[in-house]
Write a protein that binds this ligand. Structure first.
Ligand SMILES: [Zn+2]
Length: 273
């Protein structure tokens, strides 16, 4: 049965390609086969599996408990909620959008699993200067989940056949677990990076934040110089002209690109970590 389905899907994708309709809403085309064999609920299931794996590895991922860090979590959730309520996050109501702080001041990174489990390292928060900058990076991470980049990449990596078997419930029962275990170290493609950068601007344009916070982050990274590549750049490869592209999209949208939100609040937040 799945062969028939696959044929249908492939035929569908070709038609889409020839019609030029395969581009996402944001006008950026990343996939040769614009098709994700995972369902939205399987993205959620994958995310739950990764969440469990991370929770079981406290040495590698020292998660700050909610208890005793209520104010820090509330601060972060406020940023998340402004982005989710921007009206521009397609899977706002489909995914979990659960937040975790990882206590590691030396790691400059954030990541988001399929299904919307967002992990932010204290090293990233302390590196940034304003809430707007952090909103830019969180917007970028939310975009990877919202645009379903990981499951699209997995569809390409494992092939439509293997993934469709899982979708239809007759696949290798270990494969989903195996896939979940790789997601933490999955490297995004440059095209997915471009798409996440653009989405960050689109999301923030519907909030009170400056909408090019992601660009400020990359500018600051660049100014650090080359010796140590921050973890963020090893899992999020840097496309060319990233800062220019973000600023151009912001200019095209006519959204705010200067000033910052609640700097005293951000300092207090940083000091509490
Ligand atoms: Zn990225």
């Amino acid at each position: 049965m799945f062969k028939k389905l696959k044929a249908l899907f492939l035929a569908g994708s070709l038609i889409l390609t020839f019609n030029g309709c395969s581009k996402d809403d944001d006008g950026i085309e990343c996939e040769l086969i614009p098709f994700n064999a995972f369902t939205v609920s399987q993205d959620r299931e994958l995310g739950m599996q990764v969440e469990a794996q991370i929770a079981a590895a406290p040495i590698e991922y020292p998660i700050m408990p909610e208890q005793g860090n209520e104010a820090a979590y509330a601060y972060l959730r406020n940023i998340r909620d402004k982005i989710l309520n921007s009206g521009n996050v397609k899977n706002k109501d489909n995914f979990e959008w659960k937040l975790y702080l990882i206590k590691d001041d030396n790691t400059l990174n954030a990541f988001c699993t399929p299904g919307g489990y967002i992990y932010v390292y204290t090293g990233l928060i302390k590196f940034l200067d304003t809430e707007d900058d952090l909103a830019g990076v969180i917007g970028h991470e939310i975009a990877h989940a919202d645009k379903r980049h990981s499951s699209k990449s997995m569809t390409t990596q494992y092939g439509v056949d293997a993934v469709l078997k899982i979708v239809l419930g007759n696949g290798d029962p270990n494969l989903l677990t195996q896939i979940a275990s790789q997601l933490g170290t999955l490297k995004y493609s440059r095209c997915h990076e471009t798409e996440a950068d653009a989405a960050s601007v689109d999301y923030l344009s519907g909030t009170s934040y400056r909408c090019n916070g992601a660009a400020t982050f990359f500018e600051k990274l660049k100014s650090m110089g080359g010796a140590n590549t921050p973890t963020f750049l090893s899992t999020h490869p840097s496309p060319d002209n990233r800062v220019e592209d973000i600023n151009k999209r912001a200019a095209d949208k006519g959204c705010r690109t200067t000033g910052s939100t609640s700097d005293p609040g951000y300092q207090t937040f940083k000091n509490s970590l």
